[in-house]
Each structure stands twice: as C-alpha cells, then as structure tokens.
Design a protein around this ligand. Structure first.
Ligand SMILES: CC(C)(COP(=O)(O)OP(=O)(O)OC[C@H]1O[C@@H](n2cnc3c(N)ncnc32)[C@H](O)[C@@H]1O)[C@@H](O)C(=O)NCCC(=O)NCCS
Ligand SMILES: Nc1ncnc2c1ncn2[C@@H]1O[C@H](COP(=O)(O)OP(=O)(O)OP(=O)(O)O)[C@@H](O)[C@H]1O
Length: 199
C-alpha cells in the first residue's frame, strides 16, 4: 500500500530542502512547481492559452514565457493570478496524478506530492497525509530575499499570494519547524516518518 504524502509550506519555507531529504531516502517526489514550468513550455496547450490571455509582451525572443515579467503581473493582481491559475493548475494536476498513479502501480511504499498550493487549491483529497514545512514570517522573508535577490516588496507580494503559514500548519496532519538548522529539520522528518510507519 503506497502512502501518498502532500508536502507543502510557503514560498521559501523549505519544501525543496525537505523534499531532497525524501529523495535521499529513495522516496520519489513529484514537484508541482517543476511541472508548472513544463506545462507552459512552447508547444504545450497551456502555453498557447497563457499567451492568448496575457499577450505577446510576456514572451521572450526565444518564444519562452518571460517568467519574471509574468510574475510581476500576477503577484500584484489577484484577478490576473486567478486567470493564470485557471489555465495552469488543471494541466499541472492531470500530469501530477498520472505520475503519482504510475508510482502506486509500481508499489512504491511512499510517494511525495510537493504542492505549494495544496490547501489554497483544495487538493488534500489527492493525498493520504499532509506535511507542512513551517518557518516564521521574518525568517521566510529574509531567506526568500537572500535566495532570489528580491526586494522586500517583491518577496512580500509573493508571500501574501499564499495562505499564511500558521494557518497551513494548523490544517496539516503534522508540521516541521524549519526555523533552525537543516540537521534539526532532518531529525524532525525522521520522527514524522517513524510516526507514520514509513521508512
Ligand atoms: C508566474 C510565474 C510564471 C512566475 O515564475 P517564477 O519562475 O518567477 O516563479 P516560480 O514559478 O518559481 O514561483 C515562485 C514561488 O511562487 C509560488 N507561486 C507560483 N505561482 C503561484 C500562484 N499562482 N499563487 C501563489 N503562489 C504561487 C511558487 O510555488 C513558488 O514558491 C509562475 O510562478 C507560474 O507560472 N505560476 C502559476 C502556476 C502556479 O500556480 N504554480 C504554483 C504551484 S502549482
Ligand atoms: N533550515 C534552514 N536553514 C537555513 N537556510 C535554509 C533552511 N531551509 C531552507 N533554507 C534556505 O532557504 C531558501 C528556501 O528554501 P527552499 O528552496 O527549500 O524553500 P521552498 O519552500 O522549496 O521554496 P519555493 O517555494 O520558492 O520553491 C533556500 O535558499 C534554502 O537553502
């Protein structure tokens, strides 16, 4: 029986850091952000729909989507963000489910769906357990600014586009406190997997 874990958190809260710990244990991780990049590559149906909705100004000379430009549009305008989500999310969901089901057919003990918007998009029915990677907002803001080189406003706009992390931690089956060292986070993950009887 495969246990499907929904891994989520906030932007820069440490999901990729924790998902690499799952991969180090040979548990496959299906990354929604990565798939969201794939489905808007030139030639994909969602690419055509995004270009139709947002116009040629969001396309680079190589015909790929200008991600920072589209980000600057949708992270400051909720209606435009909803318009983009309505195009991209169904394509992401269907590709994630097909990959998930392949792993289940192979009898994997555990598969992880890394979905930043797990709660915002009401996707908890796709998983058996939910795990949130939690950090305090000031830690989240500083790590995001440091990692991406965003201004405080750019980082804050992106954090505000998601459900507050405290709310997600309350909704989750379990949360990991990632405010401290990566080693401490790893110890917590080992404890979570032991609690769930996995690995
Ligand atoms: C607007 C886009 C092109 C900006 O690309 P860029 O490379 O600059 O940012 P990236 O994709 O790495 O996202 C940055 C962070 O914002 C989060 N995020 C992305 N889209 C959204 C959204 N619609 N709502 C809330 N958070 C989002 C991501 O989870 C990530 O934590 C891109 O974020 C996008 O296509 N978003 C729509 C698809 C989506 O919702 N993806 C999130 C999970 S499925
Ligand atoms: N415990 C930690 N201590 C210090 N830095 C950390 C810790 N965990 C993560 N980081 C750093 O914080 C940044 C965000 O972490 P990570 O990329 O794992 O978050 P994420 O949730 O996957 O982000 P996104 O949603 O944007 O993909 C990275 O630069 C990462 O190296």
């Amino acid at each position: 029986m495969t246990v499907v874990i929904g891994l989520t958190g906030g932007i820069a809260s440490g999901k990729s850091t924790v998902s690499s710990m799952f991969q180090a244990k040979n548990f496959p991780v299906i990354d929604a952000d990565l798939i969201a990049r794939e489905v808007v590559e030139p030639g994909e149906r969602a690419y055509d729909q995004v270009v139709e909705a947002f116009g040629k100004e969001i396309i680079k000379d190589d015909h790929k989507i200008n991600r920072p430009k589209l980000g600057s549009i949708i992270f400051t305008d909720e209606d435009k963000r909803k318009q983009l989500n309505a195009i991209v999310h169904p394509a992401v969901r269907s590709r994630m489910l097909s990959i998930r089901d392949d792993y289940i057919k192979k009898g994997m003990p555990c598969v992880v769906l890394d979905i930043p918007l797990l709660f915002e998009s009401n996707l908890t029915h796709l998983v058996d357990k939910t795990l949130v990677v939690y950090v305090d907002e000031d830690v989240q803001l500083s790590r995001l600014m440091k990692r991406n080189g965003y201004s405080e406003k750019e980082a804050s706009d992106r954090i505000k586009a998601q459900m507050p992390l405290k709310e997600k931690a309350n909704l989750a089956d379990i949360f990991i406190d990632n405010n401290h060292s990566i080693e401490e986070t790893k110890v917590q993950l080992d404890q979570v997997l032991q609690t769930w009887g996995i690995g």
